[in-house]
Design a protein around this ligand. Structure first.
Ligand code: DGJ
Length: 349
């Protein structure tokens, strides 16, 4: 039976009748099809399966395309048997290399591994080849390095993350600018860093941008910024509307939902000015009992987007429902996310 509407907070069955497990995920639109990538949590918290991929032509009905990046194809230390865990994977397409690029937060029990993982594929559904893990930036904040994640030797920690592809090619390298946004400094501060031309690492611009190891603050120049300094934000979900860069984030309260906040900037690297809670009539101020993961453009010229969040159920992580809701940019540039028990695209385009 096919779905004709979104039902936020309900179980959402794939074509085989199983609840979709693509948590902390993101969507990619490629050649008339949507691809939804996320954490496969069907076997629980640890990385015992890999990164899932589903595809759809209408956003309501999803075909399980299998595991896009198998845990067996990741380094041993990131596999579930060694207490590895993958969080918040995202995939973007590189028009220059014609490759699909996946970034993820690579973790281990204890939450100190906190590194970026990067994988590539020739097809949207995979198989993805894992390239490496590392931490992009080395910067000592005034308050000092985070000791738990061993920042002074490994670089600044890399946790909740997402990718954003702009619609401009500012340095004219033949491919649109892309950015990685992630919680760093032990979650205290969010980092935004521009990616290199093939999107497989950060852009050290002019020159040695294929170097994998972390860059120092001095190396980075104008391709990196710290946002929401010491404000403890995570779950970044950016989108662009008429030359304005919007960024929804959550507070850091583990699996428990909290009040989202959005911020706006004239440039992708910031500075982002905090505007407040994007949710209307959200009585409990918990982002309608969800945590942001992605914003899907629906009809951006009219300011219509889909807010995508996870409603985490930690004791049955794989059964966590999703919260997809209409997000509208208003005339004055403010945004609002409203609750709907059930809704369809036709009402909001
Ligand atoms: C909040 C993060 O946003 C999630 O991705 C996950 O890491 C949980 N914390 C774990 O507590």
């Amino acid at each position: 039976m096919s779905n004709l509407a979104f039902r936020p907070g309900q179980m959402w069955l794939d074509h085989k009748g199983n609840h979709i497990s693509a948590h902390g995920g993101g969507l990619l639109f490629f050649k008339d099809r949507y691809y939804w990538y996320g954490e496969d949590n069907t076997e629980g918290y640890l990385n015992t399966v890999g990164v899932s991929c589903y595809s759809s032509s209408d956003l309501y009905n999803w075909t399980n395309e299998g595991t896009a990046l198998k845990q067996d194809d990741m380094p041993e230390e990131l596999q579930g048997k060694n207490e590895g865990r993958i969080e918040r994977p995202k995939v973007i397409y590189n028009t220059l290399t014609k490759k699909f690029i996946m970034w993820m937060h690579a973790e281990k029990k204890g939450y100190a591994f906190s590194s970026a993982g990067v994988a590539v594929s020739d097809q949207p559904t995979g198989p993805f080849t894992f390239l490496f893990y590392d931490r992009p930036v080395l910067f000592e904040p005034e308050e000092g390095f985070d000791a738990h994640t061993n920042e002074s030797t490994l670089g600044n920690s890399f946790r909740d993350m997402t990718l954003f592809v702009d619609d401009i090619d500012s340095n004219q390298d033949g491919v649109n600018d892309a950015y990685v946004l992630y919680s760093s400094e032990g979650n205290w501060t969010m980092y935004i860093v521009r990616l290199n031309a093939d999107y497989t690492w950060i852009d050290k611009s002019q020159g040695s941008n294929r170097l994998r190891p972390q860059c120092t603050a001095e190396d980075l120049g104008k391709i990196w910024s710290r946002q929401f300094v010491r404000k403890m934000r995570e779950a970044p979900a950016p989108f662009k509307y008429r030359n304005h860069y919007y960024l929804i984030t959550s507070a850091c309260t583990g699996w428990k939902p909290n009040q989202a906040e959005y911020a706006v900037s004239d440039s992708p690297l910031g500075d982002y000015k905090i505007k407040g809670d994007p949710c209307r009539n959200d009585d409990n101020q918990t982002t309608f009992d969800s945590q942001s993961t992605f914003i899907m453009p629906l009809n951006p010229t009219k300011g219509s987007y889909i807010y995508i969040g996870d409603r985490w159920t930690p004791d049955q992580l794989g059964k966590s429902p999703y919260v997809w809701l209409p997000l509208q940019v208003l005339e004055d540039g403010q945004i609002e996310i409203i609750w709907k028990d059930s809704w369809s695209l036709a009402d909001y385009q």
